[in-house]
Write a protein that binds this ligand. Structure first.
Ligand code: ZN
Length: 491
């Protein structure tokens, strides 16, 4: 085993496998696109100076509930009732992320929560920590005396899902609030989410003149440009839990996916956090990018948004015809490979591009008609299923923009369904995981018996989480048995 590092640990990862994908109620991510909305630019800190290649600039903070600021507004609206958006909203406490300030939860506090999903953070959060500030006032929203603890636990579960698939170092700080946003008996806005701020031309930025979401800035440059400020902001509509809004339908705060007729809160939170990480476009209904914000530069997402011929939209003259007619595709190779391989095609990944353009939904989501089933539904605008896991296409898009994915690859014997080696979609064979894991990465065997022997032909760390397999390092003729059901037998 020279050159290999093998350790075997039994970790309580079994809880992670309780995530199931179950059909829920329909939740529509759409906005009332025809409303005239005033663009108001809020500058934080000092005014943005003139553009300079050598200066890190922060973009004004978008306002939640304002589609013109390129935020996602998720709605429950199966009958497509015209929705009236509330006033744009800035969560209180967005700046309250000073590491010495109160009100924020660190990793240890999340781990100590009884019944929470600490394995996400301990085992698979490869140097990524999600921190949440519940900026609601006492007794409200996430601090509600009755529902607050359930809401917090569900939200932290959603954070753990993202922590399990990303690689740091990064401490991604989320400002989460829950406010009364009203609604009707059969329709309601559910949540609004966005990156909290953007940076341009920082050291190591893959593309110049591009507004990068702050969490991605952290991952790329290895440090937080402003630890006092949030990376992601999300506001949920607390009125969904009242009988006046959606009748008997409420948010479901369980983490087992058994939402029944209710709205699965974890799904909504994971979807919005995906946007907060940067899964969104700045291209508007006229084909312009940057949304008129000065300086008007694209988002990293936009660099891979093209037409059916692969022409990148934002580098060609703007026109409204380019952003409709289902003629918008993601062209980046990581996600395209996942799509082409799984769907047996050779084209770009279809993005949501209906006619007419839908502000807040168009281009910033995967195509509804193509992906509205199974595990592919998470980042579609009609987010109608209970879907807890970012699928390989979603992860490929984030990776293309500059995120690093977790170095851990999971494997479970006889696994069926989509497999990308994530905890939620483990490979079916140890050989698949070994083939996919990067050098010095980790393969984690979930419980069960594995066919073998399997050749370990690269330097990696092997963890058994209750699994049993036969392995060989290649040169030796005799396979070694790996069996661990007891804890703490590292070697
Ligand atoms: Zn969305």
């Amino acid at each position: 085993m020279s050159g290999y590092s093998s350790s075997y640990r039994a970790v309580a990862d079994a809880t992670l496998m309780q995530l199931v994908h179950r059909k829920g109620i329909s939740a529509v991510c759409s906005v009332a696109g025809s409303l005239p909305v005033l663009i108001v630019l809020m500058l934080l800190g000092q005014a943005i100076p003139a553009f300079s290649q050598s200066t890190e600039l922060r973009k004004a903070q978008p306002r939640l509930w304002n589609p013109r600021d390129h935020v996602c507004i998720l709605a429950y609206n199966p009958n497509h009732v015209p929705l009236v958006l509330p006033e744009p909203f800035t969560p209180p406490g967005l700046n309250k992320f000073g590491l010495s300030a109160g009100g924020w939860r660190d990793q240890l506090k999340i781990q100590s929560r009884a019944g929470a999903v600490q394995p996400f953070r301990v085992v698979v959060g490869d140097n990524v920590t999600f921190v949440v500030s519940y900026a609601d006032t006492a007794g409200e929203g996430f601090n509600d005396p009755t529902l607050g603890s359930q809401r917090q636990a569900a939200f932290e579960f959603a954070m753990g899902i993202w922590a399990s698939v990303l690689q740091g170092p990064a401490t991604i700080k989320v400002s989460a609030t829950m406010s009364p946003r009203g609604g009707g008996k059969t329709f309601a806005l559910l949540a609004s989410g966005s990156p909290a701020s953007y940076y341009i031309d920082f050291a190591g930025a893959p593309f110049p003149a591009t507004w990068y979401p702050k969490s991605l800035v952290q991952v790329i440059r290895g440090s937080d440009p402003d630890t006092s400020y949030a990376d992601i902001m999300i506001d949920f509509n607390g009125d969904v839990d009242t009988p006046q809004v959606l009748g008997n339908i409420s948010f479901y705060y369980g983490t087992d996916g058994q939402a029944g007729n209710n709205v699965d809160f974890v799904t909504v939170a994971v979807h919005e956090m995906g946007h907060g990480l940067g899964f969104l476009s700045s291209i508007d209904s006229l084909g312009y990018y940057g949304s008129g914000i000065d300086p008007p530069y694209p988002y990293p997402f936009d660099h891979y948004v093209g037409d059916a011929d692969g022409n990148i939209l934002f580098t060609s003259p703007a026109s409204w015809q380019k952003v409709i007619n289902n003629n918008v595709f993601w062209t980046g190779p990581f996600a395209k490979y996942a799509y082409d391989f799984t769907f047996n095609t050779a084209q770009g990944v279809p993005l949501f591009a209906p006619t007419p353009y839908q502000p807040g939904s168009s281009i910033s989501h995967l195509d509804e008609a193509t992906f509205s089933f199974g595990t592919w539904d998470l980042m579609t605008p009609l987010n109608s299923l209970t879907t807890h896991s970012p699928d390989p296409i979603v992860l490929g898009i984030l990776q293309q923009m500059g995120y690093s994915l977790s170095n851990s690859r999971y494997v479970a014997p006889n696994q069926s369904g989509p497999a990308d080696g994530s905890i939620l979609h483990p490979f079916g064979t140890l050989a698949d995981a070994v083939g996919a894991v990067p050098n010095q990465g980790s393969v984690r065997l979930l419980e069960g018996m594995y066919a073998g022997p399997t050749l370990l032909a690269k330097p990696l760390t092997l963890h058994s989480l209750g699994g049993k397999a036969l392995i060989t390092s290649g040169a030796g003729p005799s396979p070694k048995a790996v069996q661990t059901h007891s804890a703490n037998n590292e070697r």
